[in-house]
Ligand binder design. Structure first.
Ligand code: UDX
Length: 446
């Protein structure tokens, strides 16, 4: 099939490469010339495991091209929309301007005399009601296009695997049976190889498919904030939240995953998705149904504030001039994404209050240097730790998890460690002479 992906960010670029890997002829369209230039050479504009190999292989095979020229999508059978829906400045709602522009681009570049329908398959995370509105716009235009919503559940760091081996695929289809059936057939053909492996495929109407995505992200965010709330209780009582999470996780109904307490969730999805969901619920007159998400968001923010307060207590009463080593800037390991990163947020707050902050991140460091030349970003763990009065582990990169407390003790000025992701062994660090502070994690012999 001939396919376009509109938007070549984390979602679109990975989807384009994966669709080419399935054997389709793919053109990726984006307005960002620098990004397109890199992708067209088979280079990934961001860090994502396995993506560079996939890009190179498919660009070299001639199946995968990238362009800023919208006319290149004219003869495609399927147009995937993978543009961003960021949070609007100063508001909870999602900024839908990129989705609107993508739809307009498809309409403008679809031949009015097209005989076979082309399919618009939306992948971006959108407020419920978007697919219906797009279908209305398409109908008005008279162009031979079908609309389907196909939410994406990929995690950064596992994006290629999550796209080629998803745990489920959801199609949101038109209530017009003939249109819905035709759209389903077209996407089935595109995903044939994945579906033939027995991947569950759920058919639903538009609003269900749109809600599945935000409901899933809200549930994940709630799990994280739940365990972070328990961490507050643990801090107040000397209990250990990691043990607590393990113990409750043995119950299959609860499960072990996404119960890692720490400085909370960040990134380009969870924070803005729960806020946009609350905003949409308000518009629909059912805001009460989601007021609990306000608390989820508040607990999450409190973890960041708590980490700053902890450092203030440790070096206080004032932060000015105290050297703090920050290990990690990305919102999670195996990613160079700095969007709404708890690690960076904490580092910036400490810095803005006068602390002498030095940051090291194995992947996001270069990007951070470019974005914030005013910060002290260093290339090695040793440089970061040198002379530190407090060391904070804020993104759980493997190289930080594996630090030898005895070996690094001589580099710092004062051996005080804040384990913002609860990934270090409190006893080992304490025994090596460090003053260990986890999140909801008292040092215990048990
Ligand atoms: C998330 C969803 O997992 C994915 O399904 C969706 O498509 C996009 O949003 P992603 O943003 O890549 O994916 O990151 P994820 O791995 O979910 O982590 C989100 C944040 O939660 C990170 O900051 C991570 O550090 C934090 N987290 C995760 C915790 O604090 N504790 C946990 O137990 C799990």
């Amino acid at each position: 099939m001939k396919i376009s992906t509109i938007g070549c960010g984390y979602l679109g670029a990975v989807h384009a490469a994966c669709m080419a890997e399935l054997g389709h002829e793919v053109v990726g369209l984006d307005v960002d010339e620098r990004k397109v230039e890199l992708l067209a050479r088979g280079e990934a504009p961001f860090h994502e495991a396995g993506l560079p190999e996939l890009l190179r292989r498919n660009v070299d095979a001639g199946r995968l091209t990238f362009t800023t020229d919208p006319s290149a999508i004219a003869d495609c059978d399927i147009h995937f929309i993978g543009v961003g829906t960021p949070q609007m400045q100063g508001r909870y709602a999602a900024d839908m301007s990129q989705v609107d522009a993508a739809v307009q681009t498809i309409l403008d570049n679809t031949d009015p005399n097209r005989e076979e329908p082309a399919l618009i398959a939306g992948k971006s995370t959108v407020p419920v009601g978007t697919a219906e509105a797009i279908a209305g716009k398409v109908a008005e235009s008279g162009k031979n296009l079908l609309v389907l919503w196909n939410p994406e559940f990929l995690r950064e760091g596992f994006a290629v695997k999550d796209t080629l081996e998803p745990d489920r695929i959801v199609y949101g289809l038109s209530e017009d049976v003939a249109e819905g059936e035709k759209a389903r057939e077209m996407l089935d053909e595109c995903y044939r190889e994945i579906l033939d492996r027995g991947t569950p495929r759920l058919l639903a109407n538009y609003p269900t498919a749109e809600l599945v995505k935000v409901a899933a992200n809200s549930f994940l965010a709630t799990k994280i904030s739940f365990i972070n709330a328990m961490a507050e209780l643990c801090d107040a009582t000397g209990a250990d939240v990691t043990k607590l999470a393990e113990a409750i996780g043995h119950d299959d109904r609860i499960g072990k995953k996404f119960l890692r307490a720490g400085i909370g969730f960040g990134g380009g999805c969870l924070p803005k998705d729960i806020r946009a969901f609350m905003a949409r619920a308000g518009e629909l007159g059912v805001d009460q149904a989601l007021t609990f998400l306000r608390e989820v968001d508040a607990i999450n923010t409190r973890r960041r504030v708590g980490a700053v307060d902890l450092v203030t207590d440790l070096v206080g009463p004032r932060l000015v001039g105290h050297r703090v080593a920050v290990l990690g800037a990305a919102f999670k390991p195996d990613s160079d994404d700095l969007r709404d990163s708890p690690a960076l947020d904490i580092a910036l707050t400490l810095w803005s209050r006068g602390a002498d902050v030095v940051i090291h991140d194995p992947q996001a460091g270069g990007k951070l240097k470019e974005q914030r030349p005013d910060l002290e970003v260093v290339d090695t763990i040793e440089e970061a730790l040198s002379g530190a009065e407090v060391t904070m582990l804020l993104t759980e990169w493997k190289q930080f998890r594996e630090l030898d407390p005895a070996a690094v003790k001589s580099i710092v000025k004062t051996p005080v460690i804040v384990d913002g992701r609860n990934v270090l062994d409190p006893r080992a660090w304490s025994e090596a002479g460090w003053d260990y502070h986890g999140i909801g994690r008292g040092v215990s012999i048990w």
